[in-house]
Design a protein around this ligand. Sequence first.
Ligand SMILES: O=c1ccn([C@H]2C[C@H](O)[C@@H](COP(=O)(O)OP(=O)(O)OP(=O)(O)O)O2)c(=O)[nH]1
Ligand SMILES: [Mg+2]
Length: 151
Amino acid sequence: MEKIQIKIQRIDKKFSDIELPAYATPGSSGLDLRAAVEDLLIIEKGKVALVPTNLRAEIPEGYEIQIRPRSGLAANHGIGVLNSPGTIDSDYRGEIKVILFNFGDSDFVINRGDRIAQMVISKVYYADILETEELNESVRGEGGFGHTGSK
Ligand SMILES: O=c1ccn([C@H]2C[C@H](O)[C@@H](COP(=O)(O)OP(=O)(O)OP(=O)(O)O)O2)c(=O)[nH]1
Ligand SMILES: [Mg+2]
């Protein structure tokens, strides 16, 4: 198994009791991320919330963090990550925030330290963009958006 190190800094000491991101089981893909809110935060139905984590990261070059929803929150409460997967760039040193959206039909309460999303560490490939006059032929060609049938 390939492992990398990611440095994480807590921004405000008053949230030091909140656990750092962690894998729930040894085989989990994502590290659960906790809400750094004073007491609680309510996301009204149909509303978006920018949830603080109190964390900043130093990600090695060539990697990114993806912020993904937790399926339990989605299936049971209609809570999703609006920009999923959220992108945390390796050169970002600001606070990691989670953009939650309440797709459910009732308001949702987030308590201090609740696990609200998960971080998946991914490799990033960097490309040189080459402008060209011609692209090669392919079986699909320009067909898209259901071209192969919708079911
Ligand atoms: O869910 C997210 C998504 C992004 N970010 C932070 C880290 C990321 O590196 C930065 C920029 O994100 P992105 O590139 O997705 O947003 P943008 O609208 O393109 O902003 P920018 O112009 O700063 O790149 O914002 C978060 O904290 N949470
Ligand atoms: Mg950007």
